[in-house]
Design a protein. Structure first.
Length: 244
């Protein structure tokens, strides 16, 4: 999306009073927080709904098919997503014994979350392009339009980042569930055995990358992948308007 247009109208240091300062802070962080909530909640609901449709009511019975953010948020994962654009939520409970084809169905459930994130990203890129077309037609950018555009950009970027991050074939991320459907049975159960340690390794790698940028694998690999996805979505969204 247009990085210049998404840079924001409210400039730090321009406020003169405490209410103006609070407004500046709110305008900067509220859209990011709302965007993170949308990405996390719908991602987890997609997992639970897919599992329910495949015969497992565990997530539904646990109250995870809800838009209540407190049911889904892992606060460390949410903070990571806001700070570095990649994160995670509380795992949706799934009982594979309820599936007719456990490994295949688990892969479908795993893929549902990232797929939802890509749909969200595409929708919000489209909303942003609609705002671009509106600005071109009226010839000016109002503060409200700028705030809405920034919100679209934050949501699309965070959602695409969450989707790509979760496709990493490293347990316990969703990509490991997809990989599990392709592995021999013995390798699959070995993967499950070490699942509990995977998140600790991922968190360590994240914060190591923040402390030592030269070792930041997420910035070097996943950020370019996220930007490529956003650019492709933006190209698609601009087609109906003839803006490419």
């Amino acid at each position: 999306m247009n990085r210049v247009f998404a840079s924001g109208l409210i400039r730090w240091g321009t406020w003169q009073t405490v209410p103006e300062m609070l407004l500046a802070i709110a305008s900067e962080w509220v859209p990011i927080i709302l965007a993170a909530l949308i990405c996390i909640i719908l991602h987890e609901c997609a997992h639970g709904f897919a599992a329910y449709r495949l015969g497992d009511p565990t997530a539904k019975n646990a109250g995870r098919l809800t838009l209540n953010p407190l049911k889904h948020i892992d606060w460390v994962g949410a903070i990571a997503m806001v700070l570095i654009g990649f994160g995670w939520a509380k795992p949706v409970p799934v009982d594979m014994r309820n599936f007719k084809h456990p490994r295949r169905d688990m892969a479908i459930v795993g893929a549902a979350g990232p797929l939802m994130n890509f749909v969200i990203a595409l929708l919000f890129v489209f909303f942003g392009v609609c705002l671009e077309a509106y600005v071109r037609s009226v010839g000016r950018v109002s503060e409200l339009v700028q705030i809405l555009y920034n919100f679209c950009y934050y949501t699309a970027a965070l959602s695409a980042g969450l989707g790509i991050f979760n496709l990493i074939p490293f347990s316990p991320l969703d990509g490991s569930k997809i990989l599990g459907a392709l592995l021999p049975e013995r390798a699959y159960y070995t993967l499950l055995r070490y699942e509990r340690y995977g998140m600790l390794v991922l968190v360590a790698l994240m914060f190591l990358g923040r402390a030592f940028p030269q070792l930041d694998l997420f910035a070097r690999i996943l950020t370019p992948a996220r930007e490529a996805v956003l650019d492709a979505f933006r190209w698609l969204a601009r087609l109906p308007f003839g803006l490419n």
